[in-house]
Design a protein around this ligand. Structure first.
Ligand code: NAD
Ligand code: UDP
Length: 316
């Protein structure tokens, strides 16, 4: 028998980097968690410790196909998130964002579940407004190599808001800014995982362009806390809400910090900048602060110190 406080929660993309942390948090809170994943960018490793927990269930499923389950809440995270992963099969990336959103929204509508979408700062593209607030409509190339992801996520947001207006669905749209931590795929090419892996092996640190482009890095535990607060918020809090750490760093600063913290002998190596790479990115999180009473507490150096041992273990 389920307890009054226990919810049935579906996490799509649940074995990925963010999904695995979210599943762990929800299982530890006693909820009945259904993790759905097709293992495109992850493996079961991230959730091995949950497999024998009675309130955790794993289902291999591709969200571009309909899903018939009964739950109270849905976190829709399924989508490759790193540029090399989402550019590997761009048509599938758009399908995952758009068909995946349609399928999960259809499911939420049928079972009257609350649904949270893992959207992204990429909806702002290469922003002309700094820092980015939720009312900024973005500056996105619709036909470039990042478009499958950026436009797929933008279309998913449109679908979420139309299901809310048309079908009164209870939605929550979180725009996530660069998040890092243990369980990132070591070869996903994202800057934090790449730099730590390179530094630990004393290989050149690959700085794309002049390394002066900026990103704002959020530690995973902070983000998951934001997700859970957003899901628990009143039904009229639908977003979009920026979720990220406003601490902004150049990519070169990040490289130097990683070299220092790993004690690496790595040298900086300048490589060509990929096309449409955003020049700057920093979230304005005043909406998250005022509506969810949420803001990140883990500073970059502290978060990197928690992340480096994970990659050291992988290399061993
Ligand atoms: P990830 O690649 O580690 O996880 C994505 C998960 O989705 C993987 O387990 C993958 O196998 C699964 N997946 C992919 N396509 C699927 C499909 N068709 N059906 C079922 N499962 C599928 O990435 P992540 O960093 O954990 O990102 C999770 C979500 O958060 C993504 O939607 C991403 O766009 C969003 N997001 C993440 C960040 C970040 O910095 N980590 C930033 C912005 C947005
Ligand atoms: N980057 C880099 N070297 C790398 C990987 C990434 O200089 O080995 C840069 C990349 O060009 C971008 C930033 O780091 O400017 C963040 O890249 P990531 O792929 O992590 O995320 P996104 O560009 O999607 O924010």
């Amino acid at each position: 028998m389920r307890l009054h406080t226990q919810k049935r929660i579906l996490v799509t993309g649940g074995s990925g980097f963010l999904g695995s942390h979210l599943c762990k948090r929800l299982v530890n809170e006693g909820h009945d968690v259904l993790c759905v994943d097709n293992f495109f960018t992850s493996s079961k490793e991230n959730i091995t410790e949950l497999l024998d927990r009675p309130n955790f269930e794993l289902m291999r499923h591709d969200v571009t196909f309909p899903l018939f389950v009964e739950v109270d809440e849905i976190y829709n995270l399924a989508c490759p998130a790193s540029p090399i992963h989402y550019q590997h099969d761009p048509v599938q990336t758009t399908k995952t964002s758009v068909h995946g959103a349609i399928n999960m929204l259809g499911l939420a509508k049928r079972i009257k579940a609350k649904i949270l979408q893992a959207s992204t700062s990429e909806v702002y593209g290469d922003p002309e407004v700094h820092p980015q607030k939720e009312d900024y409509w973005g500056h996105v190339n619709p036909i470039g190599i990042r478009s499958c992801y950026d436009e797929g996520k933008r279309c998913a947001e449109t679908l979420f808001f139309d299901y809310n207006r048309q079908h009164k669905l209870r939605i929550k749209v979180a725009r996530i800014f660069n998040t890092y931590g243990p369980n990132m795929h070591p070869n996903d090419g994202r800057v934090v995982s790449n730099f730590i892996m390179q530094a630990l092996q004393n290989q050149p640190i690959t700085l794309f362009g002049d390394g002066l482009q900026t990103r704002s890095f959020c530690y995973v535990d902070d983000l998951i806390e934001g997700f859970v607060r957003f899901m628990a918020s009143a039904d009229d809090v639908i977003g979009p809400i920026n979720m990220g750490n406003p601490g902004e760093f150049t990519i070169k600063e990040l490289a130097e910090k990683v070299i220092e913290l790993t004690g690496s002998k790595s040298k900086l190596s300048y490589e060509p900048l990929p096309s449409d790479d955003p020049t700057q990115r920093q979230p304005d999180i005043s909406v998250a602060k005022s509506t969810l009473n949420w803001e990140p507490i883990v500073k970059l150096e502290e978060g990197l110190k928690k992340t480096i041992p994970y990659f050291e273990t992988l290399l061993r």
